[in-house]
Design a protein around this ligand. Structure first.
Ligand SMILES: C[S@@+](CC[C@H](N)C(=O)[O-])C[C@H]1O[C@@H](n2cnc3c(N)ncnc32)[C@H](O)[C@@H]1O
Length: 245
């Protein structure tokens, strides 16, 4: 066997064993829960802008963007802008002239000012409003018409009803063999009542929305090979959905 294939095969075998290790999986959930006490996901920046994600999920976004080679990334939930700056920088690296369009219900002035003067702003369009507002979704759908390969990241309001509506509205825009990313499915795996400052909880979060959505379609599947290898991920439980039909 050639050495490249051998490396891949050995890695796949180790990952398969790791995915069956219930103790390691539980330790990973425990670690996420413990580190969340210190708002661990707020610790990182991408090209200077705070990005509210585990470094593991940023790494996987890089792998997916390289594999899928989207020319448009749609994001809901901008916050400080780190994620859209990341996506825009990946478009620069791909060199395919790709763009990013994103929506947030409240783009704070200090964040907007920093994002607008960032060199990666050149690929970004920001909209202000609710991600499930029909006018906003129509603007995004119109913008998406000229693109060949579209990827979507849903990272706004994480209640069941909101994410389910986002899934209904944004999945038609996702290209074949591309992905829709659902951060914060991990809430389902934390103790009930753990989240106190937001309306989501066990039974009411992106994971429950994803499960309800998957019952209605055969076009998307969970790519659990991703969450199995990450272990530490906001998308715990399969929140990387691949379009297969
Ligand atoms: C977790 S933060 C986004 C983090 C960002 N994607 C990143 O990785 O750095 C969630 C954002 O969603 C926004 N948001 C909340 N409800 C929303 C809605 N209905 N529509 C659009 N954005 C919303 C909030 O204003 C907040 O900025």
């Amino acid at each position: 066997m050639n050495p490249i294939e051998q490396f891949k095969q050995e890695r796949a075998e180790a990952m398969k064993l790791m995915s069956q290790d219930a103790e390691l999986k539980q330790k990973s959930v425990d670690w996420m829960l413990h580190s969340d006490k210190y708002k661990y996901t707020y610790n990182f920046t991408w090209m200077g802008r705070p990005i509210i994600k585990y470094p593991q999920d940023i790494q996987i976004m890089q792998e997916l963007i390289w594999d899928v080679k989207p020319d448009l990334i749609i994001e809901t939930g901008i916050a400080h802008g780190g994620s859209i700056i990341f996506s825009s920088s990946m478009m620069e690296l791909l060199g395919n002239g790709g763009k990013v369009i994103a929506v947030d219900i409240d783009i704070r002035k200090h964040n907007r000012d920093e994002i607008e003067k960032h060199p990666m702003m050149k690929n970004i369009t920001m909209l202000e409003g609710s991600s499930i507002d029909e006018g906003i979704v129509q603007q995004i759908a119109d913008y998406a018409k000229g693109f060949k390969k579209v990827m979507v990241v849903l990272d706004s309001n994480h209640t069941h009803d909101h994410v389910l509506r986002e899934l209904e509205m944004y999945t038609p825009l996702v290209s074949m063999d591309s992905y829709i990313l659902l951060p914060d499915t991990f809430v389902e795996f934390f103790p009930k009542g753990y989240v106190t400052d937001r309306p989501w909880d066990v039974g009411n979060n992106p994971y429950t929305a994803m499960e309800a959505f998957l019952k209605t379609t055969k076009k998307f599947v969970k790519d659990e090979s991703i969450t199995d290898k990450l272990l530490v991920t906001e998308a715990l439980g399969g929140g990387y959905l691949k379009r297969i039909a």
